[in-house]
Design a binder for this molecule. Structure first.
Ligand code: GLN
Length: 452
């Protein structure tokens, strides 16, 4: 019974939210009522889902992990993904913690709370969808929604030992997702199994007139053919993704998972994605540029935080933004404004757009030869809390394996590959990343199922 599931979630949340801190808030009473009324014949009938705090759920807070919106904004409408989850019978019940406005890789940029890795509470859950990944991994949600602009679903899924799917750009409507970098953002599921990811994708996919970038591409039943296996498939190993910089233990775990696919009849092919070395630089120009524009709506007038007694309108903007945004968000806004400024636009933003095209072409060329691409998700397992706090550049560099998929608009998934032993003798999960061509989710999920 759905209400039994909610009762058991309620007790695990009580037991674990203190140490893990996956949720900023939740409303279990309302969820229980909704679950009791749910039509159990629906694919997700009565299933409670944790929602990243940047996706609007009518009547619930939507603070994006920011002081700017904390206690000052309740969503006036359901995002399209939420409306679609409800149509499939699901119950969105809790707000999952995240890096402020999804900028970060450890969830430590949240201004509103700390989230730990359920496998080792001295470590981060990854980010920016760290709350969503920790909620699933700590069994305090059956599934969760996150958003992935540069790895923010796949990387925390890898660090927390769950499945995380970034759909192809345009597959899932962004209407009701608070925009970070609109040309890169996609909403996707974090789940225990590949089959659950397929069920969630079934529910949330498809054209939406409210998002001008949503695609009218066919939405197949993603659960169909999941068990067909990988025999005869060609899987590419990009040499740029297996070079230096990757932790040897992580490498071993990923290799073992790749060997498992080979043993099931897949053919491994070495490939090259020659523009990989420019991906981090390209992403950290384009994402901040779009963020600086998107975040201009937070001006102290329209949403959230507004300072008392401003001297004039400039003072209102300036002080509301000064108080509302944290350091990483400010860093991105400054960077983004700089690369878009008239003197530097051609040297940085325009050039980054050209390199983005080259990165996309690298993938198009690769998919002439292979069905999908295999790689690590991140160079190391979950870092200790506080480890990279004062070193944003170090964090940016660790996005190397995930951000190209967003720049290219293709789909990608992280599937648990195994664990590595940390210095303090805990077992830390590591994911295998599988990247498929644009709109290639069906085959992607089939490969992921075989890797499970
Ligand atoms: N680490 C990336 C960033 O900070 C991830 C962002 C994301 O996917 N939301 O921009």
């Amino acid at each position: 019974q759905p209400s039994d599931i909610l009762d058991s979630l309620a007790s695990s949340i009580e037991e674990k939210n203190g140490s893990v801190g996956a949720y900023l808030s939740h409303d279990l009473d309302t969820a229980k009522k909704e679950a009791n009324q749910a039509d159990l014949s629906l694919p997700l009938g009565g299933i409670p889902i944790a929602i990243k705090d940047n996706i609007n759920v009518k009547g619930q807070p939507c603070s994006c992990g920011s002081k700017f919106l904390d206690g000052a904004y309740n969503a006036p409408y359901d995002a399209t993904v939420i409306a679609r989850l409800r149509e499939a019978g699901a119950v969105p019940f809790g707000r999952a913690n995240m890096d402020e406005f999804a900028m970060g890789s450890t969830t430590e940029n949240s201004a509103l709370g700390k989230t730990s890795n359920p496998h080792d509470v001295t470590r981060t859950p990854g980010g920016s969808s760290g709350g969503s990944a920790a909620a699933v991994a700590s069994h305090t949600a059956i599934a969760a929604l996150g958003s992935d602009t540069g790895g923010s679903i796949r990387q925390p899924a890898s660090h927390c030992g769950v499945v995380g799917l970034k759909p192809s750009y345009g597959r899932v409507s962004r209407y009701g997702l608070v925009a970070f970098a609109s040309s890169l953002d996609q909403i996707g599921p974090l789940t225990h199994t590949v089959e659950d990811a397929a069920l969630m994708l079934n529910a949330i996919s498809g054209y939406d007139a409210a998002d001008s970038t949503s695609s009218d591409h066919d939405v197949p039943d993603f659960t169909q053919g999941l068990d067909q296996g990988v025999a005869g498939m060609k899987l590419g190993l990009p040499k740029e993704y297996f070079g230096e910089g990757i932790d040897p233990e992580v490498r071993k775990t990923v290799d073992a998972s790749i060997a498992k696919l080979e043993a099931q009849g897949a053919e491994l092919v070495e490939i090259s994605l020659p523009n990989t070395e420019y991906a981090v630089a390209t992403y950290y120009i384009i994402a901040p540029a779009e963020a600086s524009s998107n975040l201009s709506r937070f001006d102290g007038v329209r949403y959230g935080n507004r300072v008392e007694q401003p001297e004039d309108v400039l003072d209102l903007y300036r002080r509301s933004r000064e108080q509302g945004f944290g350091p990483e968000v400010k860093r991105r806004i400054i960077l983004g404004t700089y690369v878009l400024s008239s003197g530097y636009y051609d040297a940085y933003y325009n050039r980054a757009q050209k390199v983005r095209t080259l990165i996309r072409q690298d993938f198009e060329n690769a998919y002439q030869k292979v069905d999908a691409i295999l790689s690590p998700v991140a160079p190391s397992a979950a870092p200790l809390l506080g480890a990279d706090k004062d070193n944003p550049l170090q964090q940016y560099l660790a996005d190397i394996y995930t951000i190209s998929a967003n720049l290219a608009g293709i789909c990608g998934i992280s599937v648990p590959a195994g664990t590595v032993t940390s210095e303090n003798n805990t077992q830390l999960p590591v994911g295998l990343q599988i990247l498929g061509p644009h709109m290639g989710e069906q085959k992607l999920l089939q490969i992921a199922r075989a890797a499970e």
